[in-house]
Ligand binder design. Structure first.
Ligand code: GLU
Length: 428
């Protein structure tokens, strides 16, 4: 996000342009889909705990809603930019389309660092963001959800503000709510588990038993932790994780050759996914530089943190043993680095397919909230597995048939669906 040479929106547009050409999309459709339909820039004044007012900048971008209401998370990050939010909104459109749920794409963000904000200040940011946007969002218009550094508690404050403004209970307005307050069982696990549902299917295709594989994971937040949990349940071994150290303001990697102990690491991790370095050392972890996760001699790399992580520089460090990369994060691989992975014949499960479990479960949550009847966890996870598996199989079949790179195959399916919906509506 901070890197000036990298622009996520340009990257998202160039990925789109390549596939638009392949699909021979007409000019109007291209013009429509390579930009966002609507975007909002808001200012949020907050009286801080010290009595002074601080103004935060926030965004909401709605990329496309031809297939259904815009859908996507809201992030809190000190380096947030409008171009990152634009890219993420566009990726949400493709994500919802590739798993074939009746939703469009949107994304939001506020430039702030929750590490340095009290709960009261965070609550006021949530409420302020909603007050500015309440007329432009809603359960059948644009539906937010958690993302980087936002949680169920933030969603509940936003819902409460939205409902207060509208004078009604509208639990379908937002997803990722706490269970018992309109949330769905399985939503917390959904993104990470979804990543592994696709890994499981890919391993079958590659004839690799999961128990014979090792993985290295970037990130130790919600997506990474649940991806590791399910990967270990299918007998995979994680030998390295990396995360941001708030105190030192750099990342570290934590390696353990005989496999990390997920629960022990969780016990020494803050709620932003930061692992306590000294305690990890005491537990026998080797503490390495932030990029070490990418150099590990493993079969699988799982970038599950932020965008712009596998870059022309870091991709050089990818070990010869690596057979595939599964993108749990949104946009972790730059266009140049992607070309290197492709040349090296590394199998890829692209972000908007691999991490679609979160929004798929959000869709299930919305359905449950709207009918005010909630499924048990097995039912939710079973439905999630079948959605993710069929989306993965459709993409891999197309990739095989048309000899496409997996990212391009996923794009072909998603863009075709959105282009068709826009055409059917008479927009283009
Ligand atoms: N923030 C998640 C994503 O990037 C989930 C979005 C949602 O549930 O709407 O996919």
């Amino acid at each position: 996000m901070a890197d000036k040479s990298y622009n996520a929106f340009e990257m998202a547009q160039s990925q789109f342009d390549r596939v638009a050409k392949l699909l021979e999309l007409d000019e109007a459709t291209k013009e429509l889909l390579r930009y966002n339909l609507r975007e909002y820039h808001v200012s949020i004044p907050v009286r801080m705990d010290d009595g002074k007012v601080k103004v935060f900048r926030g965004f909401r971008v709605q990329h496309n809603d031809a297939r259904g209401p815009a859908k996507g998370g809201i992030r809190f990050h000190p380096m947030e930019t409008i171009d990152t939010v634009r890219a993420l909104a566009m990726w949400m459109t493709w994500k919802c389309a590739v798993v074939d749920i009746p939703l469009g794409g949107g994304k939001g963000g506020v430039i702030c660092d929750p590490h340095n904000l009290s709960m009261r200040e965070q609550e006021l940011i949530c409420r302020g963001w909603i007050r500015q946007l309440a007329k432009d969002m809603g359960p059948i218009r644009d539906v937010p959800a958690p993302d980087v550094m936002t949680t169920g508690q933030h969603m509940l404050w936003m819902l409460d503000e939205f409902e207060t403004i509208h004078g009604q209970r509208l639990p379908g307005f937002i997803t990722g709510k706490p269970v018992g307050m309109g949330g769905s069982l399985g939503r917390t696990e959904a993104t990470g588990y979804g990543v592994i549902f696709t890994v499981r299917e890919a391993l079958k295709e590659l004839n690799l038993p999961p128990g014979d594989t090792t993985a290295s994971v970037q990130g130790f937040g919600n997506v990474a932790q649940y991806a590791i949990e399910l990967y270990q349940q299918i007998w995979g071994k994680v030998v390295c994780v990396s995360c941001w150290d708030q105190k030192d303001q750099i990342s570290y990697s934590f390696a353990k050759k005989d496999g990390i102990d997920l629960n022990a690491l969780r016990g020494i991790t803050d709620h932003f996914g930061g692992i306590e370095k000294d305690k990890a050392k005491k537990l026998g972890y080797e503490v390495l530089p932030g990029d070490a996760w990418i150099e590990q001699p493993v079969e699988i790399l799982m970038p599950c943190a932020l965008e712009n992580q596998i870059t022309p520089e870091t991709v050089k460090k990818v070990h010869a043993a690596v057979k595939f990369v599964v993108e749990g994060a949104n946009g972790p691989t730059t266009t140049e680095a992607d070309a290197v992975l492709k040349d090296r014949g590394i199998y890829l499960i692209p972000d908007f397919l691999a991490n679609a479990g979160g929004v798929t479960c959000s869709y299930f949550e919305q359905v449950q909230s709207n009918m005010n009847y909630y499924w048990d966890k097995d039912e939710v996870l079973g439905k999630l597995d079948s959605k993710m598996t069929s989306a993965f199989l459709a993409v891999s079949e197309l990739a095989r048939e048309r000899k496409l790179y997996m990212r391009d195959a996923a794009y072909v399916i998603a863009i075709n669906r959105v282009a068709q919906a826009s055409k059917d509506r008479g927009w283009v």
